[in-house]
Design a protein around this ligand. Structure first.
Ligand code: HEM
Ligand SMILES: *[C@@H]1O[C@H](CO)[C@@H](O)[C@H](O)[C@H]1NC(C)=O
Ligand SMILES: *[C@@H]1O[C@H](CO)[C@@H](O)[C@H](O)[C@H]1NC(C)=O
Ligand SMILES: *[C@@H]1O[C@H](CO)[C@@H](O)[C@H](O)[C@H]1NC(C)=O
Ligand SMILES: *[C@@H]1O[C@H](CO)[C@@H](O)[C@H](O)[C@H]1NC(C)=O
Ligand SMILES: *[C@@H]1O[C@H](CO)[C@@H](O)[C@H](O)[C@H]1NC(C)=O
Ligand SMILES: *[C@@H]1O[C@H](CO)[C@@H](O)[C@H](O)[C@H]1NC(C)=O
Ligand SMILES: *[C@@H]1O[C@H](CO)[C@@H](O)[C@H](O)[C@H]1NC(C)=O
Length: 524
């Protein structure tokens, strides 16, 4: 297992070439991918670390299950028609004989913790491949975002171990992969995990719930043993040496007279080949989907940004700047913000200083960050800011978000302290979610709305549906804060959906993606 944070690979992107601007719809995904541990951790690795781990106990391996889930979702793609692929349609396909076992539900169940209005289950499947492969010592799979979840089942066609080679190769070809690529992809997948007796008793010859026959001698290491065991004749891979008629790996690996297997037997070549073929695997999407650029760690990223009012009723701008430090020699940094007020004017002192949060290292396999907090009065509001980073060794770096500055709206401000989630079931068995927002008076903005993402459980489908339900907000108080009117909105929230996100919106302005988690249980 890799030690997080200590064996960081240096990053190769150039800040100036990176087209990302904040905010972006890949912000959450980027955080989940690179903030695996430490401060502000999302903790996706908890599901798969170490590589042999499963929260479901003996005879299971979550890392292998995550990779298998992505494959089964992807392989029903029809390249010519532009349908299927990584679209999480597998959530509707659980009753098909081609999708046996607990792996898919287990993967979806874990990923549901990170599933939200910004992040599709299909993107989380891709993230699962990245995280599992990396945890098992494999290469860094490049990751894009923007996959869209299917709303129903797609075509069938996942290869089964009893299929003949023509059938298997034809399905890979339909999905856009030739024989060489098929062999590579199967080898890269079957370096992890194995066959479960409970699902394939005829193959393992043992139907015990803990019977788990590994594909190679190092099932918890993403390495070329799947190839070398096969070539040197020592393999115990049940899909190679198992009963005749169900040894698809034997057919696949030998499909070109072992040429591809021989070409990827070297550890380094295997890793590089898998890096390429698994990236291609997770980028198979319906033709209606446009994936984002590759998600590299964002060098400078505002996080937890929130306007608020302090106890003396002054408008405040609060948040943190997350700074990538794994690409820096000098990590003794001064981080400042320079802002323009609500009307775009620059106040005489427009510098906001930050202070590094103690113990605020956050990290993943491929990035390490430090977080700089700020909380500053902005009585005339704020419309945008730039960020300067000054290393102690000298030089000032200015980050202007692709020249436009980091945009901030201060027309509607969600007020967490006044909001609440009352955890008492009403007549419908729902809880009562109350949001309070301050709306700027001088902008002639009326009729704010409270837009709640409601999660609904679906029979036979592990992943909930997400639907935005909007309702109006009413004037609550006009003189609490100078220049603002307070509005309140209520939502009768199904208990199942207690952990969700919501926006408060007025006109074209939104204070968005607020979490229901951590809200006070009583309203003030
Ligand atoms: C010819 C195509 C394939 C066939 C017929 C096939 C068949 C199988 C079978 C029968 C299992 C045992 C499942 C269980 O007992 O839980 C399995 C496991 C697995 N497959 Fe494949 N597979 C194919 C291709 C792939 C590909 C391309 C990948 C990924 C790149 C992949 C990844 C995995 C993984 C990681 C496991 C282990 C799951 C676990 O340990 O729970 N497979 N495969
Ligand atoms: C599959 O495609 C790759 C890349 O285009 C090519 O190098 C390889 O020779 C092809 N394999 C077969 C069997 O056509
Ligand atoms: C079946 O598999 C289980 C779990 O691996 C093992 O404990 C048991 O001994 C096996 N039974 C036979 C008959 O091999
Ligand atoms: C491929 O390798 C396997 C395992 O070593 C061997 O049994 C088989 O004969 C080889 N096939 C060819 C065509 O060389
Ligand atoms: C941020 O930088 C841009 C250009 O790089 C500049 O036009 C803008 O005025 C700056 N904003 C502030 C608030 O300093
Ligand atoms: C400007 O404000 C910042 C913090 O808000 C403060 O640290 C700094 O000393 C001020 N600069 C001047 C010249 O007043
Ligand atoms: C997967 O979860 C769904 C929803 O809970 C359930 O109906 C289905 O039976 C599960 N399938 C398996 C194979 O566990
Ligand atoms: C939610 O609570 C508020 C008081 O905080 C109340 O006015 C409102 O009627 C409640 N809504 C529902 C749906 O119970």
């Amino acid at each position: 297992m890799l030690t997080l944070g200590h064996s960081l690979v240096f990053l190769t992107f150039l800040t100036g070439l990176y087209a990302y601007t904040w905010p972006s719809n890949i912000d959450y995904l980027e955080g989940v991918m690179y903030q695996q541990a430490g401060y502000r951790r999302f903790g996706v690795i908890d599901g798969v670390s170490p590589c042999s781990f499963s929260s479901d106990g003996e005879g299971r391996q979550a890392a292998a299950e995550w990779v298998r889930t992505a494959f089964h979702d992807m392989i029903t793609h029809n390249a010519a028609e532009g349908t299927g692929g990584m679209d999480a349609s597998i959530m509707f396909e659980m009753d098909r004989p081609e999708n046996p076992g607990s792996a898919f539900n287990a993967t979806m169940g874990f990923m549901t913790n990170f599933y939200n209005i910004q992040t599709s289950m299909a993107d989380l499947f891709a993230l699962a491949v990245y995280t599992a492969v990396r945890t098992c010592g494999g290469p860094r799979i490049a990751m894009r975002g923007g996959r869209i979840d299917a709303t129903g089942a797609g075509l069938a066609g996942v290869p089964e171990p009893t299929d003949d080679l023509d059938t298997i190769a034809a399905q890979f070809a339909t999905a856009g992969f030739n024989t060489t690529e098929m062999i590579q992809m199967v080898a890269c997948g079957h370096t992890l995990g194995g066959v479960h007796g409970v699902d394939f008793p005829d193959i393992t010859g043992n139907d015990s719930s803990t019977n788990f026959v590994h594909f190679d001698s190092t099932f918890s290491s993403f390495d070329s043993a799947i190839v070398t065991d096969y070539l040197d004749g020592t393999t115990e891979n049940p899909l190679v040496v198992g009963p005749e008629g169900s040894n698809s790996d034997l057919l696949v690996f030998g499909a070109d007279g072992n040429a591809t297997m021989q070409s990827i037997s070297d550890a380094h070549t295997f890793s590089n080949t898998c890096q390429t073929i698994l990236q291609r695997m997770i980028e198979v999407v319906p033709s209606s989907v446009t994936l984002s650029e590759i998600i590299d760690p964002i060098p400078i990223k505002p996080v937890a940004i929130q306007m608020t009012f302090d106890s003396s009723r002054t408008l405040m701008f609060t948040g943190e700047i997350r700074v990538l430090i794994s690409n820096r020699d000098d990590t003794d940094l001064t981080v400042q913000l320079h802002y323009a007020d609500h009307d775009g004017n620059v106040p005489s002192n427009n510098t906001i200083s930050t202070s590094v949060i103690s113990y605020s290292t956050g990290y993943g396999y491929d990035a390490e960050f430090r977080f700089y907090a700020f909380s500053a009065p902005v009585p005339n509001g704020i419309s945008s800011f730039n960020i300067s980073v000054i290393p102690s060794s000298g030089g000032e770096e200015m980050y202007d978000n692709g020249r436009s500055g980091y945009p901030i709206q201060d027309n509607i401000v969600f007020l967490r302290d006044h909001s609440c989630l009352v955890q008492e079931a009403d007549a419908n068995g729902n809880w009562n979610l109350t949001a309070v927002a301050a709306v700027r008076n001088d902008a002639s903005l009326t009729n704010p709305s409270f837009d709640v993402v409601v999660k609904t459980q679906r029979i036979g489908i592990l992943v909930p549906s997400l639907a935005v339900e909007s309702s109006g907000m009413e004037v609550w108080n006009s003189d609490a804060y100078d220049g603002f009117t307070l509005y309140t909105g209520h939502h009768s929230l199904p208990i199942y959906s207690w952990s969700t996100t919501f926006d408060v919106t007025v006109g074209e302005y939104s204070d968005s993606f607020k979490s229901s988690g951590g809200l006070p249980g009583t309203c003030s």
